[in-house]
Design a protein around this ligand. Sequence first.
Ligand SMILES: [Zn+2]
Length: 88
Amino acid sequence: MNLLNFSTIYPDEASCKAKWKDMRDSQGVKCIHCGSTEHYWKSDKECYECKRCKYRQGLRANTIMQKTEKDSIYRYILFRHKNHIIKS
Ligand SMILES: [Zn+2]
């Protein structure tokens, strides 16, 4: 996918963020507190809540964007790292 196609498919930060969440969901979300892999998505807070311990983690937690504080970088990271976003 080139930059023109990318910009057509993901025209704004919201579409990039939605894609990022889809990728997180498909690669699995692991609780960084207890290790559980079952979560609720809290859309009002835009975070995952562990079904076991109720620990909440943001969309960027445990990904290559973990230390990024600005949402505006979703576009760039999504374009550069199309498949693997979870830190190993
Ligand atoms: Zn947990």
